[in-house]
Design a protein around this ligand. Structure first.
Ligand SMILES: [Fe+2]
Length: 166
């Protein structure tokens, strides 16, 4: 059996990215690692990565349509759904060896891998959304979307990200 180290991060859909970013920074003291989408330097899906320590992110919010239905109750789940609320939970493994062991074990249990295995990226030009981690995704029996990853980007606490220095 592979070794899981800890819960690494949790992803949520939100109807209001600004409001969530403000709440998590002002009320909970999180820092913005990067933000993408309209109005940001980085094209693509709108999301904001937030951290409370030196890990690239502990929480990530993805923008859902303003009229997205509420999360509960729900049946099934996937990265493509746009309901406000829980999107995925990520478990951190200590290294690539354990991560590969997990992939083999989980596949061997008959679980369908929904996305991956991939390495998140790219990054550059101040773009830190590419957290660099190796990851794959699947659903538990209730349809909760789960990520298994290792090697996420870490940086010194005094380092400013592009999002913070703007
Ligand atoms: Fe994730």
């Amino acid at each position: 059996m592979f070794k899981t180290r800890k819960i690494g991060h949790v992803g949520f859909w939100t109807r209001d990215l600004d409001k969530m970013q403000e709440f998590y920074t002002k009320v909970l003291g999180f820092k913005v690692t990067s933000r993408s989408g309209p109005g940001a330097k980085v094209p693509g899906g709108s999301c904001v990565f937030l951290r409370c320590d030196t890990t690239h992110h502990e929480v990530v919010f993805f923008l859902a349509p303003a009229d997205a239905p509420s999360l509960y109750p729900r049946a099934g789940s996937s990265m493509k759904e746009t309901k406000a609320g829980f999107q995925h939970i990520a478990f951190e493994l200590p290294n690539r060896k354990e991560w590969l062991k997990a992939l083999e074990h989980i596949r061997g249990c008959g679980v369908e891998i929904a996305y991956g295995p991939i390495v998140h990226g790219p990054e550059g030009d101040g773009f830190l959304q590419g957290s660099g981690n190796r990851a794959f995704y699947f659903c538990d029996p209730d349809g909760n979307y789960i990520e298994i990853y290792c090697d996420i980007m870490m940086f010194e606490e005094e380092e400013k990200t592009s999002a913070e220095s703007e």
